[in-house]
Ligand binder design. Structure first.
Ligand code: IPM
Ligand code: MG
Length: 361
């Protein structure tokens, strides 16, 4: 009998529904091929939830997610929500979802594909062979620290406050994920912080250093975040696995993503200590091209592959999807964001067709 999985789909906003439709189709086809049964349940998050339910993460969405084997998210946000109070913004829904599912570890691979070398804004010799995994802490740090808010000082002046805070246990659990990730890769881990200025970073550095004793096969280095931003652009091949806090990881993972030419290519996995994990593209909702069939669905499709690999332990099916993506690129099919000379321009739906074809054959 076929292995059965319940998958929550969160299409969200902007290009989300278009790219999610492609990923769903790809999962169905791969399911047929490998005898995997998927039951999909859709739920609302972000702007879509604000429009229909008045809040960015309705309780029933979190419940639906909890009652599934894995959650596949597309993207959230749009300019029409940017003026809403913070608790009603799409981003707040995503943060609440991560916190609600306990997803403290965010894995963001940035691997350059040979087919897309020329799509990078950096020189070929700089990016050729880049293969980085950013392990970003996802439920702590300045995004969640208290106190936060805009308060009045004694003189009546407004003062905005956020707090960057990490406990030892928060650092240790992300540190362990990072060391274990590095062990499965080329065993080099760079921990990024700002320990020359921030106490929270000094504690981070001390704990990561202490943990290293348990992973003698991993070579650990430390780097300040400003230097890390520069080194990522100067010589990215020096990095294998990077571990860092929530804010630094948010920024550095976008930079690492862009090394590969398009942020439209990169998946991510957010994991907690138990299932379900959340799988989503690194890119956003691209409201400027929403509904025009121009979006690149590959990061979404690759997120589905990550879901199969990390969430459902179906590496063969994951490999099949990843191979199909490489094949469509080898056939010179491109969406607009990765288009270059002599390539065939496809829309989002047609790119989906091409992937489905590659999986079937
Ligand atoms: C990301 C995004 C989110 C974040 C936003 C949308 C809240 O930028 O996943 O990187 O900052 O974590
Ligand atoms: Mg980000």
């Amino acid at each position: 009998m076929a292995q059965q999985y319940t998958i929550t789909l969160l299409p969200g906003d902007g290009i989300g529904p278009e790219i999610m439709a492609v990923a769903r189709r790809v999962l169905e086809v791969v399911g047929q091929k490998f005898d995997l049964g998927f039951t999909f349940q859709e739920a609302l998050v972000g702007g879509a939830a604000i429009d229909q339910k008045g809040e960015p993460l309705p309780a029933e969405t979190l419940e639906t997610c909890k009652n599934s084997d894995a959650v596949l998210l597309a993207a959230i946000g749009g300019p029409q929500y940017d003026t809403l109070p913070r608790h009603l913004r799409p981003e707040t829904g995503l943060l609440a979802l991560r916190a609600g599912l306990g997803l403290f570890a965010n894995l963001r691979p940035a691997k350059i594909l040979p087919q897309l070398l020329d799509a990078s804004s950096l020189k070929r010799e700089v990016v050729e062979g880049v293969d980085i995994m950013v392990v970003r802490e996802l439920t702590g740090g300045i995004y969640f620290g208290q106190p936060r808010g805009v308060f009045e000082t004694e003189t009546g002046e407004k003062r905005g406050v956020n707090t960057m805070a990490y406990t030892v246990s928060e650092i240790d659990r992300i540190g362990r994920v990072a060391f274990e990730t590095a062990q499965k890769r080329s065993k080099r881990l760079c921990s990024v912080d700002k320990a020359n200025v921030l106490e929270v970073s000094q504690l981070w550095r001390d704990r990561i250093t202490a943990l290293a004793v348990e992973y003698p096969d991993v070579e650990l280095t430390h780097m300040y975040v400003d230097n890390a931003a520069m080194q990522l652009l100067r010589w990215p091949k020096q990095f294998d696995t990077i571990v860092t806090g929530n804010l630094f990881g948010d920024i550095l993972s976008d930079a690492a993503a862009m090394l590969t030419g398009s942020i439209g290519m990169l998946p991510s996995a957010s994991l907690g200590s138990a299932a379900p994990g959340l799988y989503e593209p690194v890119h956003g909702s691209a409201p400027d091209i929403a509904g025009q069939d121009k979006a690149n669905p590959l990061a979404q499709v690759l997120s589905a592959a990550m879901m199969l690999r990390y969430g459902l332990s179906q590496p063969t099916a994951a490999d099949c999807i990843e191979q199909a993506v490489l094949q469509v690129l080898d056939r010179n099919f491109r969406t607009a964001d990765i288009m270059s000379d002599n390539m065939t321009l496809l829309g989002c739906h047609a790119m989906g067709d091409a992937i489905v074809d590659a999986i079937r054959n």
